[in-house]
Write a protein that binds this ligand. Structure first.
Ligand code: NOJ
Length: 544
């Protein structure tokens, strides 16, 4: 006997005024390109701008609206480029400024926007400011960083107990040019990434110019690295046991999510608003919930911010529903668009987080349809559309993430989600570049996962993403989100009058029938029988 469970529509939440077209980024799908690992044009095993440019047509074909490039600036690469030595140039290993201009032009020709990463919390120790800062105690550049005397009679203990996100103390002591022991500098990340002092006018002014430099070159916006970290409590108190260790902020924290950061973003908003073309900021801010995130998205601050709640949620219907409700409620309150993300270059790939293997793959397919059905913008991380798993067996000698080294191997770090992606063929580098080289070794069993092979297979992960992106827009009717009653373990919601999404996140099939208002199956993550049960870990899109 069939059970009709998908019934009453819950309270509607109108996300946007449906009659207003709104800027492109309100409902965009943005594809993260981890520059080192997307495509290698010159065969040295490291991804580069020429490689990316040559592969952009594949992303236009996939159907995304924009790409976000991780840092390509001159850098010692101590943290994969998040240690910037010069904010207004391109590292020769990745290409030249001309290559960047060509990439932006090609992207725009293909209808793709380009966001770039900006890293304001810290520079590299190779940045000219820091080099000058350590050259002598009187250097004015020293004031642009957070140097403090050490504690203890000899000053040989760190100024406070703050910890680096990557493990170990957040302070490193310098030796002055004359060989005497000097003060300590703060680095919330690696010792090669000294934090800037954002109370200083010259720091603020310099970054205004960095923004303008790239906006003048035609980029469409910025992803702001560690957007919640720029302001520090000037008293620099010990943290003690007051806050859990880690990257997620909590109110009253001495270096995460402090009120003073908002002035910086108001200032940045004034800079970007001088440019035409719907340029956009997206903040990377790991906070304790969407209510804190909403503060970054007030009308005179940033346009958007990643919402990491889905990415941090286990594969569980209640956890997902809570994250979705929280985000929609708090962001709608400030008129901001929600953004959804399942994976990025800092996290274990979601296929693996969702158990890996066939179960993980099945859940990842369902998650893709859920992600792309939600109101607002979605971020894809390169390779998720290929169903790539985390690479968990990288040899220690190959690992490059400072997290691995700073924790002496206790934490594997993030290299496993950064392995260069496959494009075609059955041997490394699987078309990543013209040679077999890749800066992290690729698994032997990635043959068949390449984009070319998947494009020819209608049952592949790539085909699912491509079809979902094709159907995703325009969504019929006004952009309203409403939960639909469903049994435990199942999420069901409608968008407007003519579209709904139903996801069985449980491990067992559930008796079901299509929502009455949208009876026609448009797409499903696995074969479904409308007369039978909804299989485990399966998502279905319906239309009227
Ligand atoms: C966040 C970036 O996504 C991550 O890769 C980097 O290590 C830290 N910020 C520090 O810049």
């Amino acid at each position: 006997m069939r059970t009709q469970f998908i019934g009453a529509i819950g309270q509607n939440l109108t996300m946007t005024d449906p009659s207003a077209p709104g800027p492109w980024w309100r409902d965009a799908v943005i594809y993260e390109i981890y520059v080192r690992s997307f495509a290698d044009g010159d065969g040295d095993g490291l991804g580069d701008l020429a490689g990316i440019r040559s592969r952009l047509p594949a992303l236009a074909d996939l159907g995304v609206d924009a790409v976000w490039l991780t840092p390509f600036y001159p850098s010692p690469q101590a943290d994969g480029g998040y240690d910037v030595a010069d904010y207004c140039d391109v590292d020769p290993r990745f290409g030249t400024l001309d290559d960047l201009d060509d990439l932006v032009a090609t992207a725009h020709d293909l209808g793709l926007r380009v966001l770039i990463d900006i890293v304001p919390n810290h520079t590299s120790v190779e940045h000219e400011w820091f080099r000058a800062a350590v050259a002598g105690p009187g250097a004015p550049e020293r004031d642009r960083y957070l140097f403090r005397p050490g504690r203890g009679p000899e000053g040989d203990e760190p100024p406070n107990d703050w910890r680096s996100v990557f493990g170990g103390p957040a302070w490193t002591r310098i030796t002055e040019a004359d060989g005497s022991p000097g003060p300590w500098y703060l680095h919330l990340f690696d010792g090669s990434q000294p934090d800037l002092d954002w109370t200083r006018d010259e720091v603020r002014e310099a970054f205004d110019e960095v923004l303008r430099f790239w906006l003048d070159r035609g980029v469409d916006g910025f992803r702001i690295d560690v957007a919640h970290g720029l302001a520090k409590d000037p008293a620099m108190p010990d943290i003690g046991g007051r806050f859990a260790r880690g990257g997620v902020a909590a109110e009253g924290h001495p270096h995460w999510d402090r009120d003073e950061v908002h002035d910086i973003y108001r200032r940045w908003r004034r800079v970007i608003d001088a440019y035409a073309g719907d340029r956009v900021f997206v903040a990377e801010a790991y906070l304790g919930g969407a209510h804190r995130l909403a503060r970054y998205l007030r009308p005179d601050e940033l346009h958007t911010a990643f919402n990491f709640d889905l990415l941090l949620a286990p594969w569980d219907a209640d956890a997902f529903r809570g994250a979705i409700d929280d985000s929609i409620e708090h962001l709608a309150a400030v008129g901001a668009t929600p953004t959804w993300v399942l994976s990025n270059h800092d996290m274990v790939r979601h296929l693996t987080r969702y158990s890996g293997g066939e179960v993980g793959r099945r859940r990842a397919r369902a998650a893709a349809l859920l992600l792309l059905a939600l109101p607002g913008a979605a971020y894809l991380y390169q390779g998720e559309e290929l169903g790539l798993p985390e690479v968990t067996d990288l040899p220690d000698a190959a690992r490059q993430d400072p997290t691995f080294h700073r924790t002496k191997g206790r934490e594997p770090g993030r290299d496993g989600c950064r392995v260069p992606i496959p494009w075609e063929g059955d041997e490394p580098s699987y078309g990543f570049g013209p040679t077999a080289a890749s800066w992290l070794p690729q698994p032997a069993d990635w043959a068949g996962l390449g984009r070319r092979e998947q494009a020819e297979d209608p049952t592949s992960m790539l085909s699912l993403y491509r079809e979902a992106l094709r159907l995703r827009r325009p969504l019929p009717g006004p952009d309203e989100f409403a939960w639909i009653d469903a049994p435990s373990g199942v999420l069901a919601f409608g968008r407007g009058d003519g579209f709904s999404c139903v996801v069985n996140m449980g491990d067992d099939p559930v008796a079901w029938s299509p929502p009455a208002a949208t009876p026609t199956i448009a797409l499903s993550s696995a074969p479904v029988d409308p007369q039978g049960a909804l299989p485990a870990a399966t998502a279905v899109w319906f239309e009227s």
